[in-house]
Write a protein that binds this ligand. Structure first.
Ligand code: KPL
Length: 324
């Protein structure tokens, strides 16, 4: 049976670990804090959801739980390598140190599936892990972490899975098919994509419009559509990003602008992840989203003035924490 290690016990990691585990998959969940690991170990991982008729569902899963420190300090060798690592930590946690630790946990035919928002993390990871072992997942599943042991599946979405090295290796194709089956058995809609970079950029564009604006204005996603002065900003960010993608030869969905407006409508009452980070005074994923676009633009000598302005504004909000 495939052995799956989920690294990162935030909302998405908990959702995946619980859903796979209750379907009988051999799952290990790695939590950064020892306190969360202890709680998950003793009380189990609670997943709540609603069925198609809207009736509440609740299940307690019992994946094997590890604290990240335990694996980092020699425990990884003791517990043996997984076949697949699902990396569900935030972008900001993807460092060279983490990449080295992950490299130690993988065997040559293991795969690492990255679920991060934004871009840039795969550059860090591929400094330590062979690019042929890295898969990218782009998901619109909605999950909300209520406590260290409770996650709610708030919205059914779709997931695309593809290889970092597009058009690559047959070994990887077989593994992708296995993973697709595994996820589908656990109730997720998964498609394989041989153009995963386009999917990454579609999501990046949506995040790069909604996330910084909602974080700066401190409003839920749907409110963006109700503020006439916000619309030209949204459109400006969108056009600049689309212009960059074009220059880089990255194909975006033809109806991406409409998809973006739909995300605002469908998640109208939600706070974007960047706004949640700002409220909790956590470092945001700004560098991987707006900063990711700006870095790509710099590389080819292009200017993105609206993205540059929102970058400075979000950074300034983060910098206030050191003073206030
Ligand atoms: O992914 C998101 C986020 O908050 O990070 C959405 C809901 C799309 C808003 O950009």
């Amino acid at each position: 049976m495939m052995r799956v290690r989920v690294v990162g016990a935030g909302a998405l990691g908990m959702l995946l670990a619980a859903s796979l585990s209750v379907r009988g998959t051999n799952v290990e969940l790695v939590a950064r804090s020892g306190e969360q690991a202890a709680r998950l170990e003793s009380e189990g991982l609670l997943l709540t959801d609603r069925d198609d008729a809207g009736e509440p569902l609740s299940v307690t899963a019992r994946p094997r739980i590890f604290a990240a420190d335990e694996l980092a300090s020699g425990g990884a060798a003791k517990h043996g390598p997984p076949d697949v690592v699902l990396l569900t930590v935030k972008q900001t946690a993807v460092t060279d140190d983490l990449a080295r630790e992950l490299a130690d946990q993988l065997k040559p035919d293991s795969r690492l599936v990255c679920f991060q928002n934004g871009i840039g993390h795969t550059d860090v990871l591929s400094r330590h892990i062979s690019a042929g072992q890295i898969l990218i997942a782009v998901t619109t599943e909605g999950a909300l972490r209520h406590s260290q042991r409770h996650v709610e599946h708030t919205g059914r979405g779709s997931t695309w899975l593809g290889s970092l090295e597009e058009g690559e290796a047959t070994g990887s194709a077989a593994m992708q098919k296995k993973l697709q089956n595994l996820f589908q058995d656990a109730g997720f809609a998964v498609s394989l994509s041989n153009q995963i970079n386009s999917k990454v950029w579609n999501k990046l564009m949506i995040n790069a419009v909604i996330n910084p604006l909602t974080a700066i204005l401190q409003i839920p996603n749907g409110m963006l559509l109700k503020l006439p002065a916000a619309m030209p900003l949204m459109r400006g960010l969108y056009e600049e990003g689309a212009g960059l993608a074009k220059q880089l030869g990255i194909g975006l969905a033809d109806d991406l602008w409409d998809q973006l407006l739909d995300v605002c409508r469908l998640t109208a009452a939600n706070s974007s992840s960047m706004l949640q980070d700002i409220r909790a005074r956590r470092r945001t994923e700004l560098d991987a989203i707006t900063g990711g676009l700006l870095a790509q633009a710099r590389r080819i000598g292009m200017e993105l003035p609206t993205h540059a302005a929102v970058y400075q504004l979000v950074r300034a909000i983060e910098q206030q924490w050191a003073i206030l």
